[in-house]
Write a protein of this length. Sequence first.
Length: 185
Amino acid sequence: MTQPIRPAAPEDSGALMKLRVEAEEWLATAGIDQWRAPGFRDRALAKWQVDISEGRTWVVPDGDGALLATITLARPDLDFWTKADGPDSAVYVAKLITARSAAGQNLGGRLLDWAGGVAQGQGLPWVRLDVWRDNVKLQRYYLNEGFEHVRTEAPSHRLSGWMAQRPSSVVMHPQAPLLTHDTPN
């Protein structure tokens, strides 16, 4: 089973925030207080709009055009990734969110595989990410998707900082690749 993935467009902003709010609520019911601080949504939307305009945010639509998932191929976060890490040697995954209606389809894992393909296409050996330091369930998810914990950083102005990477050649879900409509930069 293949699904399309396409670059996000400015008109996707509302649907992206709907995905995020759904994820916030789901996390809260699981006892995880992530993304719910006052002002987070406004800052998230402003950052997303920049990422969309620069071609870094991608979306997976369903057959009717509603969004099932999103991923942003971010710049290296220099609060975490240092010169010693070779920050230019990776694609960085951010804002990976899947709709609850897509649960059980391994869509998040398939997006990670897709990001690995993007990294390989750019000649980069790594896919990297950072997640909230206290979201152990999410950390476990990424470990199960082939990532290895690199280290945890704890800058006082950030809640994220659990850092992981996997080789860009790793494909965990070869039976269901995403079909890219446009090639990312």
